[in-house]
Design a protein around this ligand. Structure first.
Ligand code: 6R9
Length: 633
């Protein structure tokens, strides 16, 4: 284990060192791993192209660090502790030895099917151990995984498969979530009917069993391919900067982009941040409730914990099944020590009543984490008092798909806490706040656009197949800075409070959604002329989706029309992008240059029509009154 930070003074000293000598600091962290070949140079970078290389010339395989390295010291310790959807079902465990064997078998199966270094493999799977095994099997042989959250639609899956020209899809037959048994393979079949020419194989894991259409020559069963394989598989030697995975995320414009992470830096940073933020101790049981379809699952269910030799819980189900006490029941049963979830889940469970929490023994808990969106004070207090009994620090962790790991957040009990404040940057992270004119805001008690000044090991390297888009999106707003897209406050003590996105990205239940993406989906409906989507405050989801829609002709049954629109969005993106409110309007407020004035639409959607600012310069000021009068609030 790396040297963990053990007090706030310790943090201050380590932080100081990490910014004075970043290369020395990260070289020290990197030296705790197994490398096939030591790096020649710690860092080589510029933020103009951008071109960032960490541990240049180093050779490694991340799975040797997640698995092989632990075999001697902790081979019989549980690596993955699987909690199935059915609360009465037995837990399934994989020790480090067993996980190593399963990963090798799956890796051999992929190789036997012609998949090798550099090939892209798409995953569309529920939260079952085979997902983690499959992802690690890819990393073992140098194939690049692209996990697509299994709630996305066939269309969204096809777009991602095509963008990365994946060679194979690995999926399950069905996904059991709560009382539902969701057909997963069926979605893959639908996606593959949309010109996914690069796909040569579909590997199907039998999860619940049930009706299935297997296409001969293309579709194969996981058990047929994997079960008979050898439990040994030599790991592919990877360069530090070889791609480890692609993960698609939404931005303010266009289609989702494939964020690229590479092997060496991602490995060093996810382990370091995991050990320090959660203050993981030998023998602890750690549970992150995210889905591996998101970055949180990649970094803090799979890679970070396994690199640290932790026991990581994987949960198949939903927080409300069989009832709203499932999280706490499971914490009691598994004696969970570190628990990491999202504010939206906390708010939803809070609304179900305290009795679901108080009936369980939560004394094993030591650290509570929060991620995905700002946590409001009420939810923070509830989490702290009811779940943590005021004994557990809350680590509010701010980071992004692009940052690969936690950037700002508490370090277990060692950092000061303030509700709704993520707190201080982790060692090696140099945030700054900028004003709109590109001037850095110095000192404390200020608010601005959150940027990062200096590279950190797990930052994105590019957006797959389109480097210019990466430069444009993250490195062009401010010279020599990485721009996060978030606004933040630095309070008088230097603690950061994340305010939220400053671009056209909305955060629905911790899921990033580009407003343009939702608009494109809505516009697919034949009666829609134009639409504009904004976020508005939502009690449980954080933000809800509010759509303004212009239609052609008369709509006889508005409710039926709204249902149709929702269906279109579900088909194009998935249920997570469903608009909560759809207002039919005759026009959208536009500037003289034809840009939609979203500021006005956001205000109306949030129920605040008191001060809409100067609307006289609009091309069509008269629509503002109509929009106000027919608003759905
Ligand atoms: C890890 C993850 C990133 C966006 C980010 C920000 C918001 C994440 C937050 C937070 C306030 C926190 N966000 N954590 N806002 N406090 N602790 O969520 O990645 O899905 O890429 O979303 O989420 O707006 O820019 P991702």
């Amino acid at each position: 284990m790396t040297q963990q930070i053990k007090s706030f003074d310790d943090y201050k000293a380590v932080y100081q060192k990490s910014v004075e000598d970043p290369e020395g600091f990260w070289a020290e962290q990197a030296s705790t791993f197994t490398w096939r070949k030591q790096w020649d140079k710690v860092l080589d970078w510029n933020f103009t192209e951008p071109n960032v290389n960490w541990f240049v010339g180093g050779k490694l395989n991340i799975t040797e660090n997640c698995l092989d390295r632990h075999l001697e010291t902790r081979g019989d310790q549980v690596a993955i502790l699987f909690e199935p959807n059915d609360a009465d079902a037995e837990n399934i465990t994989y020790t480090y030895k067993e996980l190593h064997a399963e990963v090798c078998k799956a890796a051999n199966a992929l190789k036997a099917n012609g998949i090798g270094k550099g090939d892209r493999v798409c995953f569309y799977m529920p939260m079952v151990p085979e997902l983690a095994i499959g992802v690690l099997a890819c990393a073992r042989i140098g194939a690049i995984h692209s996990v697509v959250f299994a709630g996305f639609s066939a269309q969204a899956l096809a777009d991602r498969i095509k963008d990365a020209t994946c060679k194979a899809v690995i999926c399950s037959d069905y996904n059991s979530r709560g009382t539902k048994n969701i057909p997963v393979k069926k979605v893959v079949d639908d996606a593959l009917s949309m010109d996914c020419d690069s796909i040569e194989m579909v590997l199907v894991h039998k999860n619940t069993g049930g009706e299935l259409n297997m296409v001969s020559g293309r579709d194969k069963w996981w058990h047929d391919e994997v079960d008979g394989q050898s439990t040994a598989c030599e790991a592919e030697e990877m360069d530090s900067e070889d791609m480890l995975f692609i993960l698609y995320t939404s931005g303010s414009t266009g289609k989702p982009k494939g964020v690229v992470h590479t092997c060496g830096g991602y490995m060093v940073y996810t382990k370091y941040s995991f050990e320090n933020v959660f203050q993981y101790q030998e023998g602890d049981i750690y549970w992150c409730t995210a889905d591996i379809g998101w970055i949180t699952g990649h970094s803090y269910i799979v890679y970070g914990p396994l690199l640290a030799g932790a026991t990581t819980v994987m949960f198949e189900g939903v927080p409300t099944y069989p009832d709203a006490g499932r999280f706490w029941q499971t914490c009691e049963k598994l004696k969970v020590n570190q628990f990491y979830t999202a504010p939206t889940a906390i708010r939803a469970l809070m609304a179900q009543g305290d009795q679901h929490v108080t009936k369980y023994d939560l004394s094993s808990l030591k650290v509570l984490g929060s991620v995905g969106e700002p946590i409001n004070e009420e939810a923070w207090e509830w989490y702290h008092e009811l779940v943590g009994k005021k004994n557990c620090p809350i680590v509010d962790t701010w980071w992004q798909t692009e940052t690969g790991g936690i950037m700002i957040g508490g370090l277990g009990e060692h950092s000061p806490m303030k509700p709704a404040h993520a707190g201080y940057p982790l060692p090696g992270i140099q945030p700054c706040l900028m004003d709109a004119d590109g001037k850095e805001l110095e000192g404390n008690d200020i608010e601005g656009l959150l940027c990062v000044k200096y590279p950190w090991p797990s930052m994105l390297r590019t957006t797959y197949g389109d480097h210019e888009r990466c430069r444009q999106t993250y490195f062009s707003a401010f010279e020599n800075l990485y721009f996060t897209g978030d606004g933040a406050r630095r309070d008088k003590d230097g603690m950061y409070r994340i305010i939220g996105r400053v671009d056209d990205v909305i955060n629905v239940s911790g899921h990033r959604m580009g407003t343009a993406e939702v608009e494109n989906a809505i516009n697919e409906h034949e009666l829609v002329v134009e639409s504009a989507v904004v976020g508005y405050p939502h009690d449980i989801k954080g933000q809800g989706i509010y759509a303004y829609v212009i239609v052609s002709g008369d709509i006889e049954d508005e409710d039926a029309f709204r249902k149709e629109l929702i269906q279109v969005v579900v088909k194009e993106i998935g249920p997570i992008a469903k608009p909560d409110k759809i207002q039919i309007v005759s026009g959208l407020p536009k500037t003289r240059s034809g840009k939609i004035m979203r500021r006005i639409l956001r205000k109306v959607a949030s129920g605040d029509t008191s001060n809409l600012g100067d609307t006289s310069t609009l091309l069509n000021p008269e629509v503002v009154d109509e929009i106000k009068d027919t608003a759905l609030v």
